[in-house]
Design a protein. Structure first.
Length: 261
């Protein structure tokens, strides 16, 4: 099975202009995205519409509910607009290195008012430019602790894979035209070893790079107002039309479908 990545935090990156670490997501048309892999774990609240997540389980996150979207785990994601407008969600990025509750979840989402109130407190603090980073981290941790009380936890990290190292390296500049020689050099290994170790995980460098570019593009389309041509440029495509063809081949919908409406 191919593991295919997605951009920061599950569904994209629309930074809240008042709040670093907050992502606002929007999708106009219903669409399903197969085996997407988040670059960072997030706490996600659906503000309008609903979300369906499949990853060894099936969870429907209704409007107003809060869920955890772990990084580095392939998930099938389906976003449904509501009858009154597009799918909208707000995500809090979980800072790297934060000591978060880990374990098996007893629930996939929650509408517990205590969790939502903690989420709103975190949003308020994150939107204040003078809030110290330690307080920002604590605010996010409070939401995670309430989620833990409601039975939602991030899974413990699994064994590291070679492809994870390659992903982290490629992620630093997805617009670059990476060659096998450059990638191998950046990882202090040989081209033959790079190809052999990726092949052992059922992957190739070109395939991995295309998937990472397309899922990063998905996040930019959902989470920013950048023109499609600029999204294409940021993920390494000089031709928007070629980018659109590649995107549709990967996700089954054109970039314009994400934005229409």
């Amino acid at each position: 099975m191919r593991h295919e990545p997605i951009i920061n935090a599950t569904d994209g990156t629309r930074p809240d202009p008042r709040a670093p670490g907050v992502i606002r997501l929007r999708q106009a048309a219903r669409a399903s995205f197969r085996a997407v892999i988040g670059e960072a774990s997030v706490i996600l609240r659906v503000e309008q519409g609903r979300k369906v997540i499949r990853g060894g389980w099936i969870a429907e996150v209704p409007e107003g509910a809060i869920s955890l979207m772990p990084a580095a785990i392939p998930l099938d994601v389906e976003n449904h607009p509501s009858v009154v407008g597009p799918y909208r969600a707000t995500a809090l990025l979980i800072p790297a290195g934060l000591a978060v509750p880990l374990g098996r979840s007893q629930a996939m989402c929650t509408s517990d008012s205590r969790v939502s109130e903690a989420f709103d407190r975190a949003l308020d603090l994150l939107r204040r430019p003078t809030t110290p980073q330690a307080i920002r981290d604590h605010a996010v941790l409070e939401v995670l602790l309430w989620l833990d009380a409601a039975g939602l936890r991030l899974p413990p990290p699994g064994p590291g894979r070679f492809s994870d190292r390659v992903r982290r390296m490629l992620m630093s500049d997805l617009g670059h035209g990476w060659t096998a020689a450059e990638a191998a050099g950046a990882l202090a290994t040989s081209e033959a070893t790079l190809r052999r170790r990726l092949a052992a995980e059922g992957l190739g460098l070109a395939e991995l790079l295309i998937d990472m570019r397309m899922t990063r593009a998905l996040g930019l389309l959902q989470g920013t107002d950048l023109p499609v041509s600029e999204v294409a440029h940021q993920v390494g495509y000089a031709s928007p039309s070629r980018f659109a063809l590649r995107f549709k081949a990967r996700f089954g919908v054109s970039p314009s479908v994400i934005r229409e409406g």
